[in-house]
Design a protein around this ligand. Structure first.
Ligand code: IPM
Ligand code: MN
Length: 351
């Protein structure tokens, strides 16, 4: 029995999680692997109930699980009130920190079936296959923060060991792919970036088969759109990774299909990279694919590769037959639950 902590979170979170679990149940019976699901509150819903975006019970439940499936986080009522001390996002950040989830993997590829949906020219994005590896528990996100007399400060700190451990993950993945790492930084300005360059360089010397490239983040923001095929593994710090992964999602045609794995030494959390999309909440219109693909990433992590593959194939079928939500299909024919139904039935009938 594999224990999964399920954290639906806010906005469209519960709806897309429903579809993801529907799909996982189909896989479960096909691969004859049982799962035990335990649900926990996080984010704005947890603030409503407990005045705490990450209640103790949720954190403990996550620690006791084999993997975590996460929906979405955030609510607009917390966004424009700078005086608030408690915010939904703190739930996710604390979870990442407490569980030591330092490596965030965000695969970006273009699916043939939906190439035309990207605003970028098809010849530029056809064949893109990159993996963004974002450091997730350091940098500006977690440095000291303060405001005094109209002056605010966010401190950016990185230690060699923080850089080393995520670099080792990047090397491991690059070796399974095309042996290329592009380190994205701002080493012409930032001290932390210079430490990144030195540390990554020192490690790469021990792995001569890896081609290591460096790119300043401003140039990278342009290159991701101009020539995304040049990238294999992108390695970068926390904030840069947050920004360029949303940018890179344009290549795939919709942010609604990008998923991520956040990995630590002995824990993995799997979530879409998109937010809680409050405008769509409760309307059964949100794209569940990113969450469903997150389940596929989770199965790979749990060494259930056959199940992961089943999901990946079924997702491609849904794209091929245009059984997709409005962000990917302008006929507006299919709802969130239709996509989940299609994928889960496809798995039932074809494996
Ligand atoms: C992400 C999100 C989070 C982040 C927010 C919700 C705190 O944007 O996972 O990319 O900035 O890391
Ligand atoms: Mn983000």
């Amino acid at each position: 029995m594999i224990k999964i902590a399920v954290l639906p979170g806010d906005g469209i979170g519960p709806e897309i999680i429903n579809e993801a679990l529907k799909v996982l149940k189909s896989v479960s019976s096909k691969i004859k692997q049982e799962f035990d699901f335990k649900f926990y509150d996080v984010g704005a819903v947890a603030i409503e109930k407990y005045q705490n975006p990450l209640p103790e019970n949720t954190l403990n439940g996550c620690k006791e699980s084999d993997a975590i499936l996460f929906g979405a986080i955030g609510h607009p009522k917390f966004d424009n009130n700078p005086k608030l001390k408690i915010r939904p996002e703190q739930g996710l950040l604390k979870l990442r920190k407490e569980l030591g989830l330092f490596a965030n993997l965000r695969p970006v590829k273009s699916y043939k079936e939906i190439l035309s949906l990207s605003p970028i020219k098809q010849e530029i994005i056809d064949g893109v296959d990159m993996l963004i590896i974002r450091e997730l528990t350091g940098g500006l996100y977690f440095g000291d923060k303060k405001t005094n007399n109209n002056i605010s400060t966010d401190v950016c700190t990185y230690s060699v060991s923080e850089i080393e451990r995520v670099t080792n993950v990047a090397i491991e993945y690059a070796k399974k792919r095309r042996n290329k790492i592009t380190l994205i930084d701002k080493a012409n300005v930032l001290e932390t970036s210079r430490l990144w360059r030195k540390t990554v360089q020192d490690i790469s010397v021990k792995h001569p088969e890896i081609e290591l490239d460096y790119m300043f983040v401003d140039n990278a923001a342009m290159q991701i759109i101009l020539n995304p095929k040049q990238f294999d593994v992108i390695l970068t710090e926390n904030l840069f990774g947050d920004i360029i992964s949303d940018e890179a999602s344009v290549i795939g045609g919709s942010i609604g299909i990008l998923s991520s794995a956040s990995l630590g030494k002995k824990m993995g959390l799997f979530e879409p990279i998109h937010g809680s999309f409050p405008e769509a909440s409760g309307k059964n219109i949100a794209n569940p694919l990113a969450c469903i693909i997150s389940v596929s990433m989770m199965l790979n992590y749990l060494k259930l590769e056959k199940g992961a593959e089943m999901i990946q194939k079924a997702v491609e079928k849904s794209l091929m037959h245009k059984v997709t939500t409005a962000d990917l299909n302008n006929s507006f024919k299919y709802k969130t639950s239709d996509v989940g139904d299609f994928i889960s039935k496809y798995i039932n009938n074809n494996n």
